[in-house]
Design a protein around this ligand. Structure first.
Ligand code: FAD
Length: 452
């Protein structure tokens, strides 16, 4: 075995970040900003994990593995993009959500007002048709739900307002049928979006691609600050000695961890559970299918359209293709051609402009079987924080305790929390370095004030 433990800064150790999804990248960015020596190890030959772009030969286009919707209230995600320089790859729209009912053809646009006081619910032109302002008040029960409650145990999951507003919104955020989701997570999503007013509800899409927004700028940022990025470098084993990780093995290579070195494990939960480190993780996961069509959007088609009463959930209009998200249903696992035809029939009905419902354009189905952990009360009870029983092992990932369901915002917050925990542990060990690592002028201290 070769010892590939790279050199350390005189005043501190090397932090090995394993996993170059957004959680690992966010941790690495925070750590290089406070002068840590960082090595990122990623098993795949591409960084980005579940949030990445790739060239699809069948479509002849570069597309994302899955459509990702951000909202302007995702402050940590946007701050990360401002820091690494990826924001120009995003398109942000007005706080308006166009919807189509696929069963009736009815169309409406939900328009939250900009401020926190939700007077939009009083205006029938801004809210869901056939609902009353008073119907919206029931959602407050979610905010007072006891720990461990499901959404269905506190909210009536039937009726027009649920089917046409809360269900699509919560499904987009929680990725499972909202009725069986953890009420606390649903409440947190609503607090940070509708509860924060229309200014926090502007839909944002990485129209230039997820990698162009989140991944490539982060890698460039890290490399420019001396971080080593090792792609195709799968962690196979973490060797424990007493209360510390002593070594990491990657095939025939090993990295020995000195007294000041640390590991940030930013891998998916099932990978973390497979390393014999005794970690409790949320194991139930849910799948998401995305159906992409090589068709240009007709003029006037909104960037994102919510679809209810069909199989499709959300329609995304990119400049060179249309793409539909299907989640929370086993029908997403229909045979690919059947799924593509069914979804295209729904899309053709929405876009009109002579689109033939029987003739789908060139299509691709991308399915992520383990897209996110299932946001159930059971999973919620198994989400660990960044610190572990081992002094130099820290956890990051959308599945760690972020207070949010699995999402970009949560992944980035988790990276920041892990980096902060590393900095605090380093400060405790090295004394004077505390000022430099976790003091008021450091990136981590800045992040902790803005996100905490
Ligand atoms: C289809 C789909 C749609 C989504 N839609 C949205 C959305 O609309 N809005 C939103 O905010 N979020 C959405 N998400 C969720 C979001 O993508 C994730 O929450 C986020 O990307 C998770 O980042 P992560 O770093 O925690 O995990 P990951 O992205 O899974 O990163 C973990 C990394 O670890 C690597 N790895 C695994 N094993 C090893 C090993 N042994 N050694 C080294 N590396 C290893 C993996 O290759 C991966 O790169 C969606 C996800 C999917 C899949």
């Amino acid at each position: 075995m070769t010892n590939r433990n790279p050199g350390r800064l005189a005043s501190g150790g090397t932090v090995h970040v394993v996993g170059a999804g957004l959680a690992g990248l966010a941790a690495a960015v925070d750590l290089v900003d406070v002068g840590c020596r960082v090595v990122v190890h990623e098993a795949a030959h591409q960084a980005g994990g579940r949030c990445r772009s790739y060239h699809d030969a069948r479509l002849g286009l570069t597309i994302d593995n899955g459509n990702h919707l951000l909202l302007s209230g995702n402050r940590a995600a946007l701050a990360f993009l401002d820091r690494v320089g990826g924001r120009s790859a995003l398109t942000e729209t007005e706080p308006a959500f166009p919807f189509v009912d696929l069963a009736t053809g009815e169309r409406w646009t939900l328009r939250p007002n900009r401020g926190r006081l939700p007077w939009w619910i009083l205006d029938p032109r801004r809210r869901v048709p056939d609902t009353r302002a008073v119907d919206h008040v029931a959602i407050l029960r979610l905010l007072r739900a006891p720990p461990g409650a499901t959404v269905a145990s506190v909210l009536n999951c039937e009726g027009s307002l649920y089917e046409r507003l809360w269900k699509p919104v919560l499904l987009a955020a929680l990725k499972i049928e909202p009725a069986r989701a953890n009420a606390g997570l649903a409440a947190e999503v609503l607090r940070r979006t509708f509860g924060a007013g229309g200014d926090a509800c502007r839909p944002i899409v990485a129209t230039a691609g997820l990698s162009a927004a989140f991944v490539d700028p982060a890698l460039a940022y890290l490399r420019a600050r001396g971080a080593e990025i090792r792609l195709g470098h799968r962690l196979q084993r973490a060797v424990v000695d007493g209360r510390r990780i002593a070594a990491l093995t990657f095939g025939a290579e090993a990295a020995l961890l000195g007294p000041n070195d640390a590991l940030v494990l930013a891998v998916p939960p099932w990978v973390a559970a497979g390393l014999p480190l005794g970690l409790a993780v949320p194991m139930e996961s849910v799948g998401i299918a995305n159906v992409h069509f090589r068709a240009r959007p007709p003029p006037g088609l909104p960037l994102v359209t919510g679809l209810v009463n069909g199989l499709s959930d959300w329609l995304f209009a990119y400049s060179d293709h249309l793409s539909v998200t299907v989640s929370g249903t086993d029908l997403a696992w229909l045979e690919r051609p059947a799924l593509a035809s069914r979804i295209w029939r729904e899309v053709a009905g929405v876009i009109g402009h002579g689109a033939d419902p029987a003739e789908p354009p060139r299509w691709q189905v991308v399915r992520e079987r383990r897209a996110t952990f299932a946001a159930t009360p059971w999973s919620q009870g198994r989400r660990p924080g960044p610190r572990t029983g081992l002094a130099n092992l820290f956890l990051a990932g959308d599945w760690t305790e972020t207070g949010l369901p699995a999402c970009i915002e949560g992944a980035i917050l988790s990276g920041t929390s892990a980096a902060r925990a590393v900095a605090e542990a380093t400060a405790a060990m090295t004394g004077p370095r505390a000022d430099r690592v976790a003091g008021p002028g450091s990136g981590i201290a800045r992040m902790s004030r803005s996100t905490g």
